[in-house]
Design a protein around this ligand. Structure first.
Ligand SMILES: O=C(O)c1ccccc1N[C@@H]1O[C@H](COP(=O)(O)O)[C@@H](O)[C@H]1O
Length: 202
């Protein structure tokens, strides 16, 4: 299973995560305590190997801005956490990851509506559109035969990621808050998270 470390804001942490085995690095362009500038994200991405996914996180951004930031920075995917409609996603010229907040069974119906490369399932809880460090009821997605590539996010930590993945069966897990200490990325937690996912232990 692949691992995405999200909310990276400096080269050193990005390099550390990749050496520890991360497959994808996320950059938050939306309003957030983890927000990064276009120029900083570009600087970091220029140091990353080609095979690593470089994912930009946005909330209700315009098509024009999404596409120009994608090109300018060198992203591989646009991760959308706002109220972007299926038809809006379809107009975008680049690979899309649509985040869907899973609160009830009804939310699962939305997955089929989005013609995206990946669907990211996230928690509905918390004040922001993502990055809240809160989980959701993973059992809502158990045995649903969802024929889409799922990315599991929302409050993942070394203590819950294996159980959550066993239930949801994602192709990738995505973590931000769970690898931070006092609001900053923590290398020990990043390493432990990746080791837990890839090797089943710290
Ligand atoms: O990280 C943020 O601040 C953020 C802001 C706005 C939208 C999405 C954001 N992050 C994404 O949220 C999920 C869950 O993160 P967490 O592990 O619960 O902190 C993840 O996909 C982040 O990429």
């Amino acid at each position: 299973m692949n691992v995405k470390i999200c909310g990276i804001t400096d080269c050193k942490t990005a390099q550390f995560a990749i050496e520890a085995g991360a497959d994808a690095i996320g950059f938050v362009f939306a309003e957030s305590k983890r927000q990064i500038s276009v120029s900083k994200a570009k600087e970091i991405i220029q140091t990353l190997p080609k095979h690593i996914l470089k994912i930009g996180v946005f909330v209700n951004e315009t098509k024009e801005n999404l596409e120009s930031i994608f090109e300018e920075v060198g992203l591989t995917h646009l991760q959308l956490h706002g109220d972007e409609s299926p038809s809006f996603c379809q107009t975008l010229r680049y690979p899309v990851i649509k985040a869907i907040r899973i609160e009830t069974e009804l939310d699962i119906n939305q997955i089929a509506e989005y013609p995206c490369d990946y669907i990211l399932v996230d928690s509905p809880l918390g004040p922001y559109r993502g990055g809240n460090g809160t989980t959701f009821d993973w059992n809502l997605l158990n045995n649903k035969n969802i024929e889409r590539k799922l990315i599991l996010a929302g409050g993942l930590t070394i203590d819950n990621v294996l159980l959550a993945s066993e239930i949801v069966k994602p192709v990738m897990v995505d973590v931000s808050s769970g690898v931070e200490t006092d609001g900053k990325k923590d290398e020990k937690k990043i390493e432990a998270f990746i080791n837990t996912v890839k090797r089943g232990g710290i």
